[in-house]
Write a protein that binds this ligand. Structure first.
Ligand code: FES
Ligand code: MG
Length: 576
């Protein structure tokens, strides 16, 4: 095995010399009961743990961190657990997205400011994956990602329930009077039965698969259910492996090449990914110095079919089934002609080697390329006078009738207005209406909340309507479905053309034509623009103020301008 000269370890600067500063560091290590045998000559491994008492998706991370520590010890490293912001998707308001960059900053600075040689990142709930990766990439010490793993399938009265998707479905059934309040409570008890992240192909499952495809997890780690004993074993193996990675100096910059991102995009498409993946992957890539754009996603989506039959794009299965069917290595093998197999992973091997022995055990769950569940990929990027910088839709989750649709807009200026009016029996709306929500973008939301699956008006639900064309500058949960056009960029709050749309204007969306337009004369739009009053700043002080001042638009990944790799000179190592 390769071994680094201990005096070249980053942590050596803290502990190596015999000066007054290092005396302080050593004596304080002894204060915790450690002695030089614990750290001398050993890579110090940070375990960045996003456990918290209010993050159900990461509830098992306390004990998993112990497994990682065991592995680190077994390989001759010295593990130190560092807690970081937990970002539980369901609880953090106004949206966990608003805090993704805060966690990314925290991770980068945690590593930079401490005597750390390598890092194990523990996350899984939606925004934690991109945030942890972004921070670690910017810091560029050897890093390995331990994904939380999907929770068990939901169960209610013998029916299998999927995170998110079935909440929306049964909520509509309740509003339509099809199920009772007691039924609804049964769904509440049965839909989330174990620790682990959402087990549909939502943002969490998409992003951990992306981390895996990028080569930042142990091969196939992302598919292992959280409650499976193999998840404990994987955590231990990650601990063992990171120590070797420090000796091999296998940093993220050596792993993450343009081909790694093309692989991640291809895998995302084949998985029927969450729309959120686009924003995060653009932000992650740019941290790695790779410039990917919305057009790269659209191009991949035309080539790579959806082969993972997992809800909400697939009809039936959940992540647990996906794991039993062969998991991500099985899927990657299935789509290998679309992958750059020469890219490497944290294993130190080429991806091609990593998946060599992979197999698919159920080809209804992981379909062959010639029997996909959706021929074209998971996402389409639309552009036009409503979204000059682009917006996205998930055609695989929307009804066929909306693939090409023209209808009158019904515009809501805020989420509150939408909530107040949507169930009004006098609402002037038909199934052809295009529901629009604006001022819900990165700055306007703030934090681009997941409101993009606008509710179907109750009066239409009663008529049996279950899908409508919807347009917004916010995001939607990866577990949502329907004809929802999202991430309209630039957003209305900063004066994007969505701000000019009025109720009654005709909106035309064509997925085959990749277009989205308001059928309003240019002179009229120019007149409306001249009358547009600027909207106020959402925050007077605090993190929100910094956020609003520095966040980029959706098509640019919503990173902070000053965190992007090209923002300035590299940050020097801290003075000791
Ligand atoms: Fe954590 Fe869905 S709420 S992954
Ligand atoms: Mg989600």
């Amino acid at each position: 095995m390769t071994r680094k000269d201990p005096s070249t370890l980053r942590s050596h600067r803290w502990f190596g010399d015999k000066g007054l500063r290092t005396f302080g560091h050593r004596s304080r290590m002894r204060q915790m009961g450690y002695d030089p045998q614990d750290w001398e000559g050993r890579p110090i491994i940070a375990i960045v743990n996003t456990w918290s008492d209010i993050n159900p998706c990461h509830a098992h991370f306390r004990s998993r961190a112990e497994s990682v520590k065991t592995g680190v010890h077994q390989s001759g490293g010295f593990p130190l657990e560092l807690p970081a912001l937990s970002l539980a998707e369901q609880f953090v308001k106004p949206s966990a997205m608003m805090y993704r960059n805060l966690l990314a900053m925290e991770v980068e600075e945690l590593i930079r400011s401490h005597p750390i040689d390598g890092v194990v990142l523990m996350g899984g709930c939606d925004k934690t994956t991109p945030a942890l990766l972004m921070g670690a990439i910017s810091m560029n010490v050897p890093a390995i990602y331990v994904p939380a793993g999907p929770m068990l399938r939901g169960n209610w009265q013998g029916r299998i329930l999927g995170s998110g998707s079935d909440s929306w479905k049964y909520w509509d059934e309740l509003r339509a009077g099809e199920i009772t309040q007691a039924d609804w409570e049964g769904v509440e008890r049965g839909i989330a039965r174990s620790f682990g992240h959402c087990m549909t192909m939502g943002t969490a499952s998409t992003m951990t698969a992306i981390a895996d495809a990028l080569g930042m997890t142990l091969p196939g780690a992302s598919s292992i259910p959280a409650a499976d004993s193999n998840h404990v074993a994987m955590s231990k193996e990650a601990g063992r492996r990171i120590v070797h990675m420090v000796h091999e100096e296998l940093t993220p910059s050596k792993i993450l090449q343009p081909g790694s991102f093309r692989n991640a995009i291809a895998v995302a498409m084949a998985m029927g990914c969450s729309t959120n993946a686009i924003i995060h992957l653009i932000a992650i890539a740019r941290r790695a110095g790779v410039d990917i754009t919305l057009d790269d996603f659209d191009a991949a989506s035309r080539k790579v079919p959806v082969v993972a039959n997992v809800r909400p794009s697939g009809a039936e299965y959940l992540m647990e089934d996906f794991y039993y069917a062969g998991g991500l290595p099985g899927l990657m093998k299935q789509i290998r002609q679309h992958l750059d197999l020469g890219m490497i992973s944290v294993s130190g091997n080429a991806i091609g080697q990593d998946i060599e022995t992979a197999r698919v055990f159920n080809d209804d769950v992981i379909r062959p390329l010639d029997k996909p569940i959706y021929k074209e990929g998971a996402l389409a990027v639309l552009k036009g006078n409503l979204a000059p910088d682009g917006c996205v839709i998930k055609p695989s989750a929307c009804s066929a009738e909306f693939q090409d649709h023209t209808g009158p807009a019904l515009v809501f200026d805020s989420y509150e207005e939408l909530k107040d009016r949507i169930d009004d029996d006098d609402l002037d709306v038909t199934r052809d209406t295009v529901l629009v929500l604006r001022n819900a973008g990165p700055v306007g939301g703030p934090g681009m909340p997941e409101w993009g699956m606008l509710p179907i008006p109750r009066k239409l639900l009663r008529q049996g309507v279950r899908d409508m064309l919807r347009v917004s500058d916010c995001r939607m949960s990866g577990t949502s479905y329907g004809a929802c056009v999202l991430h309209v960029s630039p957003e209305a709050h900063i004066g994007g053309p969505l701000a000019l749309l009025r109720t009654g204007d005709l909106v035309r969306v064509s997925i085959p034509g990749r277009s989205i337009d308001m059928l309003v004369a240019p002179e009229e739009l120019a007149r409306r623009k001249s009358e547009l009053a600027p909207r106020g700043e959402p925050f007077g002080r605090g993190f929100g103020r910094m956020y609003a001042a520095h966040v980029s638009q959706a098509h640019d990944g919503c990173d902070f301008d000053f965190l992007e790799t090209a923002a300035g000179d590299p940050v020097p190592e801290p003075k000791i």
